[in-house]
Design a protein around this ligand. Structure first.
Ligand SMILES: Nc1ncnc2c1ncn2[C@@H]1O[C@H](COP(=O)(O)OP(=O)(O)O)[C@@H](O)[C@H]1O
Ligand SMILES: [Mg+2]
Length: 300
């Protein structure tokens, strides 16, 4: 069985290169393998040193002219790159600091994303191996997932049959359950943030909104309109339950090909109509589905 781990945020468990880090808003330390090699003996630490030099940012080269990205994000795009040591492919998310600041966000949001994502190890979650920071950019070096997003898959197939929908749904639940067991709420679950690998397994990505909820419920208005839970729409404090709500939306979209509370005429900007539908819990099951499937969708 695959081992799932989340590195606890105590100094004894976090990698030596990050050992001064005590909270998620702190800036993660830049890797420094030369300094650490002084203390290297054998075993585990040695492995980490090898990894350190492997993930040195100079080892990576982008495989195209950066015009063709794997996907677009809020603060930049994700590109295919390869490690020159063994020609292995990686996905590198590049985020522009200026764009982040222009949006009104703080760079701490990115430090939080890196800090949380780096510690997660689960088969249905994209692995973040390393990061690199420059004056103008952040680079997040991730496992490359080569089958595109679940969003494109659903649109291409106009929804999937119930059997396949459940396979994807269960894998998404497994990823979310793992986050929740570690007191993390993702806050932006949607098909665009679920990627498909070469064996048609799902991997959750995008930890931009993910936070630790140990210290109490959250109030930040965030996520994506059609996937927002009523608590967020009503701007009242919320907990891990908002992700569970989004999973219900996901099962609906998987089986229908579109989401339940969408605005008419696909007017994506009409969030007023979407919010009204969410609060009134106004949606219709429009496909032939089993009672079990309908019960799960409707059990929010
Ligand atoms: N590891 C990856 N492998 C392949 N494609 C990826 C990977 N990570 C992200 N992408 C693509 O890039 C898009 C944007 O990345 P994401 O992390 O969601 O950025 P943002 O936080 O700005 O939404 C995703 O929707 C997906 O299509
Ligand atoms: Mg995203």
């Amino acid at each position: 069985m695959t081992e799932h781990t989340f590195e606890a945020h105590s100094n004894s468990n976090i990698p030596a290169n990050q050992s001064n880090k005590t909270s998620i808003s702190d800036k993660p330390a830049v890797r420094n393998s030369s300094k650490k090699s002084i203390f290297v003996k054998f075993g585990e630490l040695q492995k980490e040193i090898i990894d350190d030099s492997y993930y040195n940012f100079n080892n990576f080269e982008f495989t195209n002219d950066r015009k063709k990205s794997l996907g677009s994000g809020a603060f930049g795009d994700v590109y295919l790159a390869k490690n020159k040591i063994d020609n292995k492919y990686f996905a590198i998310k590049i985020m522009e600091k200026e764009k982040i600041i222009e949006s009104g966000a703080s760079l701490d949001v990115i430090y939080r994303e890196i800090s949380i994502h780096r510690r997660i190890n689960h088969e249905n979650i994209v692995k973040l191996y390393s990061h690199h920071e420059e004056e103008k950019f952040f680079y997040l070096v991730m496992e490359y997932v080569n089958g595109g997003s679940l969003f494109s898959y659903i649109k291409r197939n106009k929804g999937v049959d119930e059997k396949k929908a459940f396979k994807f749904f269960i894998q998404a639940c497994s990823a979310v359950n793992f986050l929740h067991e570690n007191n993390l709420v993702h806050r932006d679950l949607k098909p665009e943030n679920l990627l498909i690998d070469d064996k048609e397994n799902l991997k959750l990505c995008d930890f931009g909104w993910c936070v630790d909820i140990t210290s109490g419920n959250r109030v930040t208005f965030c996520g994506t309109y059609e996937y927002m839970a009523p608590e967020i729409v009503k701007e009242v404090p919320y907990d891990l339950g908002i992700d569970v709500w989004s999973l219900g939306i996901l099962l609906y979209e998987l089986t229908h090909g579109y989401s339940p509370f969408r605005a008419q005429n696909d007017n994506f900007d009409d969030y007023n109509e979407i919010f009204k539908n969410i609060i009134k819990y106004k949606f219709k099951i429009e496909k032939e589905l089993s009672k079990g499937c309908i019960d799960i969708i409707s059990s929010n």
